[in-house]
Design a protein around this ligand. Sequence first.
Ligand code: AMP
Length: 466
Amino acid sequence: MRRLKATYVTIDIQADQAGFAALGISGPLLKNTEQAGFISPKPIQEAAIPAMMAGRDVLAIAQTGSGKTAAFSLPILSRIVGLGTKRTPKSCRALILAPTRELAVQIEETIRLLAKGLHVSTALVLGGVSRNQQVKRIAPGVDVLIATPGRLTDLVREGEVRLGDTRWLVLDEADRMLDMGFINDVRRIARATHPQRQTSLFSATMPKEIEDLAASFMNQPERVAVAPQGTTAAEIRQSVRLVHAKQKRLILARLLKDPAMSSVIVFSRTKHGADKITRNLAADGFPAAVIHGNKSQNARQKALNGFREGSVRILVATDIAARGIDVPGISHVVNYELPDEAESYVHRIGRTGRNGADGVAITLCDPAEQAKLRTVEKIIRMRLPVEADHRDEDIPYQAPAPKPRDEAANENARPKGGNRQRGRNGAGGTPRMADAGKGGENPAKKPFRNRRRRFGGQKQGQRRAA
Ligand code: AMP
């Protein structure tokens, strides 16, 4: 069923106005925005704010770190401020759904900063922490609720939260929420909100099926795209090192000797892998904090705070836990392994080079990850330069696993022994992966084909443990 269009709002924009005033933000909200250091709107803000201020649904493709939080928060706050403090119990006027707790916490922090002194109440509903506090906080009704879909679904089912009065719905990092298996929860939640709500969907990447889905519960959305899909921030210097899995530990330790790597996130594909990398780093003289879905909320927040404050130089993280990490001044992102979902690469490297700063992203790619690298390159629409380090030559590596018999039969024309081949740039002794990757298991297509099945078969409890 399609909803009616949200009410239009007339905004007077003065030709001589600049900054956020020119986008229709005014009064104390404008003052707070400027005090937060937001003087010139970012492209996503310039594009999304006027559309949202005019009451339009917005479907926005924006890179991570592009300023999307303020882009959706400011128009909502500007409307809520005028509504007074009489709230409906157990209800929220605006609901922002985010895929992870960290991102939700961060969104709330930004909103509180922007709404300082404006009598706008906020609440968080997140999994992994006590529900009683959350229920108590929302009991009298709040203006803005920021939630992860799983816990919110539980509280709605139990009658602790009612969404019938919710007139603004934001889906942040929407592709990831849908990827994480929250799709049915998101649908249920959207259906429970006011039929004349205004819906905004923000996402760094927008696969076709997500777009189709969004169209089913948005009303003729204004499409806003500040960068082509999958484009990575221009300020990030990206490179790949072609190495074998067994070499990665040593190479990481060598990289970390560089004092320029002042604040580093190391991404692991799995939780178990993240723990192992952290243990190895400690043994190699590089103490690191770790953040993944098996860690308690307190442990995650503590690691994140240490990283943000600078007492922790290296943070090892899985993809899910890393969503929403907005720490200024991250100098380097190291992909210890390529992600299963190529789009995560964009999110990962977006942790550095934030807010116009320079950043470096280094990907360690083993032969078995070659197909994933190709998919990433397709998504970001560029070939990642291969950087070879002559010192890597003396690092012993495990020969690729023996090839299955039928593949070995095709090998006759190819020279044996990885080190006869040179890296793509011909500069180093690293084996050429295009060849090395053909040995043993062929990982092509596997991660993407399995993805839907994996999430589709999960129960709610399992899913939330991710
Ligand atoms: P976000 O994409 O919302 O996580 O924002 C990324 C970073 O940009 C955050 O650190 C924000 O504080 C910052 N930011 C957002 N909008 C602006 C702006 N207009 N001017 C300066 N910084 C901004």
